[in-house]
Design a binder for this molecule. Structure first.
Ligand SMILES: [Fe+2]
Length: 308
């Protein structure tokens, strides 16, 4: 009887949280609310993408408009995105990696998104080991304009890939850098930190460019994805949308095939691009730290995308 009452309370609490989240989303931006409901269904999503306006300009690399990426075949990258949901092989040059390092090493960082845990880079580097159990990740705290990041946001190769895949003029809708520490974490903590397989409903079509700013091997929490799951998802998973995060990783692997699971390792500067509808996660670092940069492009911008 006690178990029944507790289960029933848990159901009503979850329903109340879900309704509140939907109401907040509707209040902030009705277009965002509508997209979150519609974009999860593949046929609707494709229809909306086909209705978008084509790009208003071309993003060709030229002497006047150079790219920091050399020898990237945009068509090949877009074809891999269409087929697999991801493309690997964008490498940051060493001078840009150094620019990022210098910029972020002169900034303050906040830990676990807690405003009471703000440290300079050097202090955080010294104390993170001693607090290994408590410090899961850190982000730059009000970093201001980061020059190498601005270069990436306007790089003609990244914009050309985004424009061709999105089928319209791409909008940069977010960017972030995360410093992850090797810790143990509960399943709930991993769920809250995007460390279980999930997909993001950020627009009818959206992609993220990811770059490692440290060497990443299997012990430093490589990004992982299930190739091809940006399309042809099972109907149940389409209806669940972002709530697929509550499905066990192993169940999703069984459904889509172990042979499609990719753990993406690479040296500092290694980069890749992914359709955010592909099931993906940042795995938990077990022995080494990781710096991970992401830049997202989408068809539309929404108010409060990160908050609801
Ligand atoms: Fe994600």
């Amino acid at each position: 009887m006690v178990a029944f009452i507790s289960k029933s309370q848990s159901f009503w609490r979850k329903l109340s949280e879900y309704s509140q989240k939907n109401f907040n989303c509707l209040k902030r931006d009705p277009r965002l609310f509508l997209m979150r409901k519609m974009a999860r269904i593949e046929v609707v999503r494709n229809l909306m993408v086909n209705l978008t306006k084509p790009p208003s300009q071309s993003y060709a690399v030229s002497l006047d408009n150079p790219s920091i990426f050399k020898d990237i075949n945009v068509d090949k990258a877009v074809s891999a995105l269409k087929n697999d949901g991801c493309y690997l092989g964008l490498n940051l040059p060493q001078d840009i990696i150094q620019e990022f390092r210098q910029f972020y090493q002169s900034r303050d960082w906040h830990v676990n998104q807690d405003k009471n845990l703000v440290f300079s880079y050097s202090d955080l580097e010294k104390i993170s080991d001693k607090n290994a159990k408590k410090f899961r990740f850190a982000n730059p705290y009000h970093p201001g304009i980061c020059p190498p990041l601005e270069k990436l946001k306007t790089d003609p190769v990244l914009l050309a890939i985004a424009a061709k895949y999105l089928g319209t003029t791409p909008k940069c809708v977010g960017s972030s850098l995360r410093w992850s520490f090797p810790v143990s974490a509960t399943l709930f903590e991993q769920l809250k930190s995007a460390q279980v397989f999930h997909c993001d409903l950020d627009d009818y079509r959206a992609i993220k460019f990811f770059f490692y700013l440290t060497d990443v091997d299997l012990s430093s929490g490589p990004h992982a994805c299930i190739r091809g799951t940006h399309k042809n998802k099972k109907l149940l998973h389409q209806f669940l949308g972002e709530r697929c995060a509550s499905i066990e990783d192993q169940k999703l692997i069984d459904d889509y095939g172990m042979h499609n699971v990719m753990s993406i390792c690479g040296a500092e500067g290694f980069g890749f691009v992914e359709d955010v509808l592909c099931f993906h996660k940042g795995t938990l670092p077990t022995a080494k730290e990781r710096w991970f940069l992401q830049i997202e492009f989408a068809i539309n911008e929404y108010r409060g995308l990160r908050n609801c």
